[in-house]
Structure formats: structure tokens, C-alpha cells
Design a binder for this molecule. Structure first.
Ligand code: GLU
Length: 650
């Protein structure tokens, strides 16, 4: 990133300094550029190294060429998705009269086909919806739940539990999308499933990312997934045809019979998906001794319900921020970080701050360390534990915690969790502070985030996951007669390993850790679908990211880039990110920070690693004054923006 760079805007090449663009942002004129950032090689070519000839061409916007409409403002809707085919599915639904929720549902199912390693109907997520008519923002929680038979010690002594059936949570996506359409959609589930059915049936051309992921050890965890993703030990060549007929059939069952066909075993109607889930999650990893299957029953599936949530709402430098609430830790954690830094002139280069300076990264990192320390003790599924969400964001508590941040110094010793309860409840007792270790899920192939705006100004910010790349590496399915396998074509999640893997004690309450396993509970998430709104509540940006606990930091980085550093949405996404996900761990920097910053941080006592790959942010932007819409996509994955109307030539 250079301070001055050529941006394509409204079809003209214009050179702006960030500061000039910042003035536009401050004026409420969020100017987005959408180069449809694709890091995709030409799919028409042969991959000599694999000796497999490509048979299918990628669509033009997936060949590394920015779509011809990039950089323009739109009025009929924009989708920003981490995969070109799924983006296309969403765009088509918008063109056919669907709203942002309809498009989001179509994208989510399409992603199950083209990005199966990241998300799908075997998992769950959070769909944040902003309704133009009322100005209300709601979130549909389709996070997986622990089955009734789950216990806090169910992972103890289990080798590689994230590769075993015991890790599978009751999937939520189908109920979540059903709820979204029933409450806020224009179209039916049957209609919104059509693009995904077509993709699964007719196939798509393997993208580089699909191909790269396909022979991971997780993808090969079971014989059926190995045969599908990595036949003969070779991943599908980029550009070669990938079909998933079993998944097309599963989607047809849901399209014909509704969501109940997924959650209720009704063989008389042909609905046997539930049997495939229950049998699939009994998987004992054959490669390891002492494997452990899950305890999920038909009753667990029948009892699953999606939940409507209110996002965490706060402000940062006047802008309203709405981000995902419990069972995600994302909203509270990112809001704490922002509020702790609000007293500092983060954007002011003349005071040593500004993007990427040692001083800026130093205070960002310490805000992360403080907030993640609190997260480790105080955040969990608030339907089950008394998460002190008001105390954690109380201005006095945030000021107390934030006072530990001193520009030019590293908080030493490592920050410990604070006690927000007195700020929540004046009668609560203070306790002993102990640091808590935080397991980290890396970015890689996991999870997917996309954002949508429609012509009416409704927005969706949706993060969806099966947890690790390829989940537990097992398809839902069951064995029939003669050893045949009834395959449903979708991967089962390993979401329950987002719980504490061993029973813990909350150091303040003396009771079980807030994120310990409990039957019916949802594991604490980091997924952070987020909206930034004007001070008077008009939406500006919808965004989010995958990346395990780094998700929260990707959202934090991008929020600062927009609000403090006054970048356009595309610059804010492209800029290198910094992340640390516990008080004690080392600082990860993406390439692109000045060497002086790397050295400066080391000089302050941080352990720093460079070359990280943090998140994949897809965003849509709307200018509240003009109604013009923009998108931003992340080249860290196969981010694609499609804006409407499309030019006639495309
Ligand atoms: N399961 C993770 C969570 O909910 C997301 C996984 C990832 O993005 O890597 O926080």
C-alpha cells in the first residue's frame, strides 16, 4: 500500500491521497471501489504439474480480470462474496426481484457447493440483517448447539477431537435460512435454493482455492470425502468440472419438503437427511485409536431452533457500530477494543499515529490483548451463562481497562482478565485475576463471510461456518445394504471444539467456565458480522470476516482503516492486518507494514511474526446522501463483487 495510489472510481482513473478520500468519508460520502479482487489463474489453461487437462472455463470475472463494472457505483444492489459462483447466485436472485435476505440465502446454499470446505448446511452462522424500512438491525443465530448428551468432559482423552464425531454440533443453517426468509424474505426457500441446485448438478469449474484445499488431511479424513475431494490423491485441477449430485439431491429434498425434511426423519416422505446426520456424527476416526463419535439423536435435530438476536450496539467516534452478540464474543470484544482506543488520535500522523506506525500498531495490539483477556473468562452463550455484557462495555470499566494502554510501551506483565461485574451489578464481589489460555483457530480454509445490499437499501452481513476447513471431514450419510453409502453430499461441522476442550473454572465465580460444554448450549464464536452506521443510524458499511478468533481483529483493523485512516472500502480491506488473540501470544503481522514498525514493536518487547494471512473481508457500502452502493472484496481469498445493474456488454 502506498499513501497515494490510483483508484478507479465511477469509471475514471483518479489519484487520491488517503487524506482526500478521508474527507469524503467524513462527509458521509463513503466512496468504495470494487476491483473484484481475484487472485485466480486463467482456468482455461492446463495444469501441467498435475497432468490433468481443464475441461471447463471459469466465468470471466473469475479469471483474474476485474469485472468491467468494477469501481462503479450501483443502485440496484451489490453482493460481495468470497467466491465468484456464489456471488453470481446472489446477483441473479437480486435481478429476479429478491431482496438482500433472499440473495443471502441463495449465496449461502451456493457456497455449500463451491466452497464446501468453509460452510454449508452441515454447520451454522450469524446473519445480520438491516431493514431499510424500520432502521432496525437484527441477527439470526443459526449457530450449532451441543446435543442433549454432551458433557463438559466429552473431549477429555480423545485424540484429535476436531476430527471425530464428538465434535459435531446440531447444524443450524437450514433453520436459520428458513427463519430469515419467513420473516424478511420476498422469495421462498424453494426458489432461493435453485442456483445452488444448478451448481451442484451441472457443476462448476474448480477455482484455485477449491483445488488447493481439496487434499488437506481433513478433506481425506473419511473414505467418502477422500474419494470426492482428492480422488487418487490428486486434487481437481483448476478449471476442471466439479459436481456434487448427492448435494443437489439433498437440496431438492429440502426445496420440495421444507426445512423439516432436514431436521425430522420422515422416510415416508423420502426425508432421510436426519439419519445421515445422526449416523455421520457417530464417526470414529479410523486412523486413531480411542476415537469418539457424537451423541446426537433425532430428538436433538428436531429440537433445534434458530434464534433472533439483538446485536451489540455502541459508537466509535460518533459512528454507530452494530456487531454480533452472544453466543459470539465478536461484538463485545471488538467494541471493547474500539472504545479503549477512542481517546487516542489513531488517525493523526503528526502525533506519530496514522496507519501502520509503531505507535498505532502498539496500541491496537494492547487493546486486543486486554479485550481477549476479558473474552477468555466472561464470554459464552448468554442463554446459559451470566455474560456481563453491560459491564464489559460500561464506559467506566472500559476507561479503567483502557488506561493500561500507554503509547510507546507494551503492557507488562501480560494483561489479566478484569472484573466487569461491579459495573454490571454493584453487589458483585471482585475475585482473583488469573490469565487464561486461549485456543486459536487459524484462518486457512475455514468459514466464509459475505455482504449484500439490495435496491431497497436492506443489508445483510452473514458469516457462516463448519468451523475447521472441511469440518470433521465426513459427509452426512449412512450405510445401506451391501455396504452402499447413502451420501448427502455435505460436510459435518466440528463446531463443538469451539467450546473449552476440558472443564475449566471461572476464576471469579468459582463455577464452570463460561464456555464449557453444556447440553443444548452454543459454543462461543468469534464470528463478527458488523454494520457501521451514521450517527443518526443510517447504514454505511456491512462487513465481516472468517479466521477463527482473528475474525474479531480483522473487523477491528478494517473499522479503524475506515473511520480513523479514512480509507475507501477497498483500501481498508487490502491494507495489511495485525492480530493477537490472547494476552500472552505473539503479534502476527501481514506483509506490508514498514520494517520500522516491525522493528519498533520488537523494540517494545513484543514477539512479532510476519507473513501472516489474516481474514477475508467482504463488504458492501452505501452512501446515505446519494443512495449509491459499492462493494469491496478480499484478494486473500477469491473475493468477488457484483454490482447491479450490470453493464449491457457484460
Ligand atoms: N468456528 C469459528 C467461530 O465461530 C470460526 C472458524 C473460523 O473462522 O476459522 O468463531
Amino acid at each position: 500500500m502506498t499513501p497515494n495510489q490510483t483508484l478507479v472510481n465511477e469509471g475514471k482513473d483518479m489519484t487520491h491521497s488517503r487524506r482526500a478520500l478521508g474527507c469524503l468519508l467524513l462527509a458521509g460520502l463513503l466512496v468504495g471501489t470494487s476491483p473484484g479482487s481475484m487472485a485466480i489463474a486463467n482456468a482455461g489453461s492446463q495444469d501441467q504439474s498435475l497432468g490433468i487437462q481443464s475441461t471447463v472455463s471459469l466465468p470471466s470475472h473469475a479469471q483474474g480480470n476485474p469485472p468491467p463494472w468494477s469501481g462503479k457505483a450501483f443502485r440496484q444492489g451489490v453482493v460481495a462474496v468470497a467466491n465468484p459462483y456464489a456471488a453470481e447466485a446472489g446477483a441473479q436472485i437480486l435481478e429476479d426481484g429478491g431482496n438482500a435476505v433472499d440473495a443471502a440465502v441463495a449465496i449461502a446454499y451456493a457456497l455449500n457447493v463451491v466452497e464446501p470446505q468453509s460452510a454449508g448446511i452441515g454447520g451454522g452462522g450469524f446473519m445480520m440483517i438491516h431493514l431499510a424500512e424500520t432502521g432496525e438491525t437484527v441477527a439470526i443465530d443459526s449457530r450449532e448447539r451441543a446435543p442433549a448428551g454432551a458433557t463438559p468432559d466429552m473431549f477429555v482423552g480423545v485424540p484429535n477431537p476436531s476430527l471425530q464425531g464428538v465434535a459435531v454440533g446440531v447444524p443450524g443453517m437450514v433453520r436459520g435460512t428458513e427463519m430469515a426468509l419467513e420473516r424478511y424474505g420476498n422469495l421462498s426457500l424453494t426458489r432461493t435454493l435453485q442456483p445452488a441446485i444448478k451448481l451442484a448438478d451441472a457443476g462448476f469449474a474448480a477455482t484455485p482455492r477449491y483445488s488447493e484445499a481439496s487434499c488437506s488431511s481433513r478433506a481425506r479424513n473419511s473414505p467418502e470425502t477422500e474419494a470426492y475431494f482428492c480422488p487418487g490423491g490428486v486434487p481437481p485441477a483448476v478449471g476442471s468440472l466439479v459436481q456434487n449430485k448427492p448435494l443437489a439431491e439433498t437440496f431438492r429434498l429440502i426445496a420440495t419438503n421444507g426445512a423439516d425434511c432436514f431436521y425430522v426423519y420422515m422416510p415416508e416422505k423420502g426425508c432421510d437427511i436426519a439419519k445421515g446426520i445422526v449416523e455421520g456424527q457417530r464417526f470414529n476416526r479410523p486412523q486413531a485409536p480411542n476415537g469418539k463419535g457424537g451423541s446426537m439423536t433425532f430428538a436433538d435435530l428436531e429440537n433445534y431452533q434458530a434464534t433472533l438476536r439483538t446485536p451489540v450496539e455502541s459508537t466509535y467516534r460518533g459512528y454507530k457500530i452494530r456487531a454480533m452478540s452472544s453466543p459470539s464474543s465478536g461484538g463485545l470484544t471488538v467494541t471493547q477494543m474500539l472504545k479503549m482506543l477512542e481517546r487516542l488520535p489513531i488517525g493523526d500522523e503528526s502525533q506519530g499515529f496514522g496507519f501502520g506506525s509503531t505507535k498505532t500498531v502498539n496500541v491496537m495490539v494492547d487493546a486486543m490483548r486486554l479485550a481477549f483477556a476479558d473474552r477468555s473468562v466472561w464470554m459464552g452463550d448468554s442463554d446459559f451463562v451470566p455474560e456481563p455484557s453491560r459491564g464489559l462495555l460500561h464506559p467506566d470499566y472500559v476507561a479503567l481497562r483502557g488506561a493500561e494502554i500507554v503509547p510507546g510501551a507494551r503492557i507488562t506483565p501480560n494483561p489479566t482478565p478484569g472484573d466487569p461485574r461491579p459495573f454490571e451489578d454493584p453487589d458483585a464481589e471482585a475475585g482473583t485475576l488469573i490469565p487464561t489460555a486461549e485456543p486459536v483457530t487459524g484462518p486457512g480454509e475455514t468459514t466464509t463471510h459475505f455482504s449484500v445490499i439490495d435496491k431497497w437499501g436492506n443489508l445483510v452481513s452473514y458469516t457462516n461456518t463448519i468451523e475447521s476447513g472441511h469440518g470433521i471431514g465426513v459427509f452426512a450419510g449412512y450405510r445401506g445394504t451391501a455396504a452402499s453409502f447413502r451420501n448427502f453430499g455435505f460436510l459435518l461441522n466440528n463446531e463443538l471444539t469451539d467450546f473449552n476442550l476440558t472443564p475449566t473454572v471461572n476464576p471469579y465465580t468459582g463455577g464452570p467456565g463460561f464456555n464449557d460444554v453444556q447440553p443444548g448450549k452454543r459454543p462461543r464464536s468469534s464470528m463478527t458480522p458488523t454494520l457501521i452506521l451514521t450517527p443518526d443510524g443510517k447504514p454505511l458499511v456491512a462487513f465481516g470476516s472468517p479466521g477463527g478468533s482473528t475474525i474479531i481483529n480483522s473487523v477491528f483493523n478494517v473499522a479503524l482503516n475506515l473511520i480513523d485512516h479514512k480509507m475507501t472500502i477497498q483500501d481498508a480491506i487490502d491494507a495489511p492486518r495485525v492480530s493477537v488473540t490472547s494476552a500472552a501470544s505473539s503479534v502476527s503481522l501481514e506483509n506490508g507494514f514498514p520494517q520500522g514498525t516491525v522493528d519498533g514493536l520488537r523494540g517494545l518487547g513484543y514477539t512479532v511474526s510476519t507473513g501472516a494471512d489474516i481474514g477475508s473481508v467482504q463488504a458492501v457500502v452505501v452512501d446515505p446522501k446519494t443512495g449509491k452502493q459499492y462493494g469491496g472484496a478480499d484478494s486473500r481469498r477469491e473475493g468477488t463483487v457484483i454490482g447491479l445493474p450490470r453493464p449491457r456488454s457484460s
